[in-house]
Write a protein that binds this ligand. Structure first.
Ligand code: PMP
Length: 306
């Protein structure tokens, strides 16, 4: 991993190697924490900007509210911390930003009301999540034997640390089986999302993505839907079954880290042309234009850091 100089810890810019916690940190034991994954890009005019910063920080606060953590910083303070962190680390060529809300040291046992709620923000250079090659040629996907945790026992709309045990198991299983990524179904058997990204298919020129019934409310999914509508593409949010995925004309993932990653194969079925499909390519280009300030309509989503 590409180290940076500083990590923001509860308001203090701390040298990277000193950004440590006690082994009795509550979150380490019981798994209640919330994260974000936010990205900054070098833009058209040479400056660096964070894409949809406000949406990401708001989701961090929402996730923390859902998981009963009272964050001791405001939205504005957390936004400012992320901007200043990139400035302090001189990350002007783009960066991945990882805010974390966690329960600190001082209380053991499950009841966490008296536990201190702490926040860190880290940022570093991170390349394409599913590889540069994946962005061009597409990735190979396995439908997971794990389902998303049902809504009766989990909170899939929280970007909760605890939810990533399920994602981690699914990802590991897929990679060990020779695939790049896992696609998880909900407990009814309908396609939900990948281990860390949302899912789209294209059929007969229509762009289809599952409803957010058992997924994270994805910021990239919303951006891609807006971009598609701008292009006059028909967009439908509806349930998708496993067999329909196999006969899709195109399929792709969206996520802040995954960006727009084409899918070329699912469970040994070749999807469409077996490479990046035409609509996927159009939307991928549009996405990179939006985050890099090349689309005037989306400039309002950029927070410049220099
Ligand atoms: N689902 C999961 C489980 C994720 O971890 C992510 C990545 N944050 C996404 C979907 C995509 O969300 P976003 O577009 O907001 O990054």
């Amino acid at each position: 991993m590409d180290k940076s100089e500083f990590i923001w810890m509860d308001g203090v810019f701390t040298p990277w190697d000193d950004a440590k916690v006690h082994v009795l940190t509550h979150t380490l034991h019981y798994g209640n924490g919330a994260i974000e994954g936010t990205k900054a890009y070098k833009t058209e005019d040479g400056r660096c900007a964070i894409f949809k910063l406000n949406e990401h920080t708001q989701r961090l606060l929402n996730s923390s509210k859902m998981t009963l953590m009272d964050v001791p910083f405001t939205l504005d303070e957390l936004n400012k911390a992320q901007v200043e962190l990139l400035q302090k680390n001189k990350l002007f060529d783009g960066a991945y930003i990882r805010p974390l809300v966690y329960l600190g040291y001082g209380v053991m046992g499950l009841y966490h009301k008296e536990c201190p709620v702490q926040v860190s923000v880290s940022a570093w250079k991170w390349g394409a999540y599913l590889g540069e090659e994946g962005l061009k040629k597409g990735v190979r996907v396995k439908i997971s034997s794990f389902t998303r945790t049902p809504n009766t026992s989990g909170m899939g709309k929280a970007k909760a640390v605890a939810n990533y045990l399920n994602s981690q198991m699914a990802k590991y299983e897929a990679v060990e089986a020779g695939y790049d990524e896992a696609l998880l179904r909900d407990d009814q058997g309908f396609i939900a999302e990948a281990s860390g990204a949302c899912f789209f298919i294209v059929r007969d020129g229509v762009l289809i993505s599952p409803p957010s019934d058992n997924t994270l409310e994805s910021i990239t999914q919303a951006t891609v839907i807006d971009l598609a509508k701008d292009m006059g593409i028909e967009v439908v949010r509806r349930r998708i079954t496993r067999d329909e995925v196999y006969i899709a004309d195109e399929a792709f993932f969206t996520g802040t880290a995954a960006e727009v990653t084409p899918i070329r194969e699912v469970d040994a079925r070749i999807i469409g042309c077996g490479s990046r499909g035409a609509m996927t390519e159009k939307l991928q280009t549009a996405y990179f234009d939006a985050v890099a300030g090349r689309n005037p309509k989306y400039i309002k989503h950029l927070t410049y850091v220099n």
